[in-house]
Design a protein around this ligand. Structure first.
Ligand code: IMP
Ligand code: MG
Length: 182
């Protein structure tokens, strides 16, 4: 994607949907929730790259239970705002998840296809338990029925950017979540 100037780039950020402060407050609550559930048992935080890397980094710093971190990459969106419906595991975990309490840390659940596929794959590897924490949830868009154990924000059917979420790989570094407009 080409931008004629920084002003052009910034002008596509339509409006803030969730501020940096709101995100911070909810993540602190999520950290307490995780601590209360696992109560000292070690957990493995699994992040699906790249969208959830910022959420994982902030969430990990709010939990007190012993925790390890691992990454995997799956792709279901390409350069457009429409789901391609194709889910591909492009990078697998380094950990053998059997023997771990696994928490999937997701940026957003949209159609639910990506996460459903990834969860099925992980379940087959027999983790001690498997839970899902998502920053954002767009329930109106669901194609595959799927509910997170903890969802920090429910949003309407909008294409959002920032705080890890991209449009054509841009805008991941915004500290807040905004609606994207062409
Ligand atoms: P799903 O398989 O349709 O649930 O898609 C999940 C993935 O699509 C997320 O992990 C995001 O990478 C991407 N995605 C879905 N909605 C948005 C959005 O509003 N902005 C940016 N990326 C999105
Ligand atoms: Mg993406």
């Amino acid at each position: 994607m080409d931008f004629s100037s920084t002003q052009d780039y910034m002008s596509r950020i339509k409006r803030t949907i969730i501020s940096a402060d709101e995100i911070k407050n909810r993540i602190n609550d999520a950290g307490k929730f995780i601590d209360s559930i696992y109560d000292g048992r070690p957990v493995l935080l699994v992040s699906i790259l790249k969208g959830s890397f910022i959420f994982l980094a902030d969430l990990a710093r709010t939990v007190s239970v012993p925790c390890e971190i691992d990454f995997m990459a799956a792709k279901s969106y390409y350069e457009s705002t429409d789901s391609s419906g194709v889910v591909q595991i492009t990078m697998d975990l380094r950990h053998d998840v059997s023997g771990y309490h696994v928490i999937m840390v997701e940026d957003i659940i949209d159609t639910g296809r990506t996460l459903t596929d990834v969860l099925n794959l992980l379940k087959a590897r027999k983790p001690l338990s498997l839970h899902v924490v998502t920053l954002l949830d767009k329930p109106e868009r669901r194609i595959v029925p799927l509910k997170a154990d903890l969802s920090l924000f429910t949003i309407p059917d909008l294409f959002v950017i920032g705080y890890g979420l991209d449009y054509g790989e841009y805008y991941r570094n915004l500290p807040y979540i905004a609606e994207f407009g062409d």
